[in-house]
Design a protein around this ligand. Structure first.
Ligand code: ACO
Length: 323
């Protein structure tokens, strides 16, 4: 097996910003409630006519530039999204055409907020087994399109955005100190649909539907399952939690980030948080946060980085990589 190296990273946010005060003019909420309960100060919203594929395309172009590669090099595109432009074709194949990639395969995976962790794991396995050489792994969402803008308990939480990584085939797995994806861990448990779901779809209602969540119950599962996935993946890779340089969590709520950090005695300086500025961008949140920490010089080449997420399904999991 071969390691999948993170050769480049890029992200993209639509310009339009929706502040907590803007939301307070739409539903019965306040800036102080949103900040105290979630840590969110603002979120980016894609203007009408701008789609998930549009955001994803920009993130992919930036990631390819960062890797010094072109679309001609790409032979795998895996897109994590729960808000695709169309029922089909996939955002993945749309990206192939837009970027000018003609080799290999492209498809979408659906694991809601855990989507990027799932997509990374899929691409890592395909590179490890020699089925692909250069992969674009993308998390892209327009969550604004599936929100009920009259429901204050959900509409204040989410935002739009996209992030992408380029993975390339690296050294043989097990090479001492080599960079790349070191371990992946995926879980799901389908019994919790009623706590977090979208109440529509092509085969049930024939509508797109709206996101529904019993937030305080999801919260409890989130802290427990995320902490479990982090200790499990560290164990699998044979490293301790203390040895991990950076934690890049899914950005659902600042209190979840802090709850997990407390549970595992992780110093909060090691936890990358963008929830204040981005809100919860579902599958896009991990690559958006990772990219910000690379851009501002925190995450450096050679650092050990643990990514984790929990989302609808429930799905949850983690990826450990040397950057
Ligand atoms: N403004 C003002 N008040 C509000 C708002 C709002 N925007 N939203 C809810 N409230 C009220 C509620 O009505 C409730 O009032 P009541 O006590 O009179 O009934 C009160 O605030 C407390 O509500 P809770 O839901 O108990 O608040 P909590 O502290 O749990 O915070 C939150 C809610 C932010 C949703 C939190 O539970 C959370 O972050 N949950 C986890 C979300 C998550 O991780 N999701 C998974 C990923 S998402 C995905 O996969 C798509």
């Amino acid at each position: 097996d071969r390691l999948a190296r993170i050769a480049g990273i890029g992200s993209y946010l639509p310009d339009r910003i929706l502040s907590n005060d803007d939301l307070a003019a739409m539903v019965d909420t306040s800036d102080s409630w949103i900040r105290e309960r979630t840590g969110i100060r603002q979120r980016h919203i894609a203007p009408d006519g701008v789609t998930t594929a549009d955001l994803a395309e920009q993130a992919c172009r930036r990631a390819l530039d960062d890797a010094g590669l072109t679309a001609e090099d790409v032979d795998l595109i895996v897109v994590a999204t729960t808000t695709p432009d169309f029922t089909f074709p996939s955002v993945g194949t749309m990206l192939q055409a837009r970027l000018g990639a003609t080799k290999g395969a492209a498809f979408d995976v659906q694991a809601v907020c855990t989507g990027f962790v799932y997509a990374l794991s899929v691409a890592d396995n395909m590179i490890a087994r020699g089925q692909a050489e250069t992969a674009l792994v993308v998390g892209a969402e327009t969550m604004s399109r599936i929100l009920d803008w009259t429901d204050r308990s959900t509409c204040v939480l989410f935002g739009d955005g996209a992030g992408a990584m380029v993975l390339t085939a690296g050294e043989p797995a097990g090479t001492e100190g080599a960079d790349g994806v070191l371990a992946t861990y995926l879980r799901s448990d389908g019994r919790f649909k009623d706590l977090l779901h979208v109440d529509g779809g092509p085969s049930s209602t024939g509508t797109v539907g709206h996101l529904r969540m019993i937030g305080n119950q999801v919260f409890r599962h989130a802290v427990t399952n995320i902490a479990e996935s982090m200790t499990t993946i560290a164990g699998r890779a044979g490293v301790s939690i203390e040895e991990v340089d950076w934690f890049v969590p899914h950005q659902a709520n600042q209190r979840i980030l802090e709850g997990v950090a407390r549970k595992l005695s992780i110093p909060t300086e090691k936890v990358i948080s963008t929830v204040a500025d981005h809100g919860n961008t579902s599958a896009a949140s991990v690559p958006l946060a990772f990219d910000r920490a690379v851009q501002d010089g925190r995450i450096k080449r050679g650092d050990l980085v643990l990514m984790e997420a929990l989302g609808g399904g429930f799905t949850w999991g983690a990826v450990l990589a040397r950057f």
